[in-house]
Design a protein around this ligand. Structure first.
Ligand code: SAM
Length: 255
């Protein structure tokens, strides 16, 4: 039997969330007057630093607020390993206490990635994020998509969980589900629209198609095809609305 020729693996897809954040940091740098220093990022529910450490490596001053001491210990160690410990401040607190722990600091970019799925009151959490954002700064929300979670359960053969998740108003598969909620695009958008201090700027899907391409695809396309496809799908409903996570950007009013 002749061995199949090795095909190149599927190239990594563009990360539409990171691309949006890096664009925003460039804009924040431009907004800052000379001598004002690096942009300030506040990462609420930042956990072990998946976003915070790369943003600090980009030169930002990053404050991470998280309720978990363990996650913050991992964050400190990752920041040390990456050589950015002096640019990462870790504060243990609940989002409810954001104003107190951050001492009224207003950040250029405020992240709530993977946070709204866990908080008791998502409306109050979005209000706290908005209040911690500098005038004209940006809030970035990344939330688990209930429809993508249903599809993922079905393809892995967990049909009962998928049915319960789809029927449940909070998108949970049962009382033991670790997430308090999953959302759809309309729900995340409505959360932002009801916060007076914010103006909705962008709604996009994070990882719409890239995870569906087999590792050795018969037609992986030209270099850049998957990245372009992913970027296009990220803003094209209904594909956008099936992404594994929903990404919403909202601008803080100028005050
Ligand atoms: C799924 S992780 C997300 C981590 C990171 N933001 C990311 O996107 O990779 C959720 C994080 O939110 C934190 N968290 C959950 N509820 C919180 C709350 N009420 N206030 C602050 N942090 C919270 C958890 O400790 C955890 O580190």
């Amino acid at each position: 039997m002749t061995a199949r020729p090795a095909r190149p693996p599927v190239p990594p897809a563009v990360d539409v969330v990171a691309a949006s954040l890096y664009d925003e940091l460039a804009a924040a740098r431009a907004r800052r007057a000379a001598g004002e220093g690096a942009p300030h990022v506040l990462d609420v529910g930042g956990g072990s630093g998946a976003w915070a450490v790369p943003l600090a490596a980009e030169g930002c001053e990053v404050t991470v607020v998280d309720s978990s001491a363990n996650a913050l210990a991992v964050l400190r160690s990752r920041a040390r390993d990456a050589g950015v410990a002096d640019r990462v401040r870790a504060l243990q607190a609940d989002v409810d206490a954001l104003a107190e722990v951050t001492d009224g600091v207003h950040a250029d970019l405020v992240l709530g990635h993977g946070l709204l799925e866990y908080v008791d009151d998502p409306v109050a959490a979005v209000r706290s994020l908005a209040a911690a954002t500098a005038p004209c700064g940006l809030v970035s929300l990344l939330v688990a998509n209930r429809y993508a979670a249903v599809l993922a359960r079905v393809v892995s053969g967990r049909v009962g969980e998928a049915r319960r998740m789809l029927a449940d108003p909070a998108g949970r598969w049962g009382p033991a589900d670790q997430l308090l909620r999953r959302m759809d695009t309309a729900e995340v958008t409505a959360l932002v629209e009801q916060e007076e201090a914010l103006t909705l700027e962008r709604v996009q899907g994070y990882r719409v198609l890239a995870d569906l391409v087999p590792e050795h695809a018969p037609d992986a396309g030209a270099p850049g095809d998957l990245a372009e496809l992913e970027a296009l799908a990220a803003t094209t409903p209904p594909l956008r609305d099936l992404a594994s996570r929903i990404h919403v950007l909202a601008r803080r009013t100028g005050d």
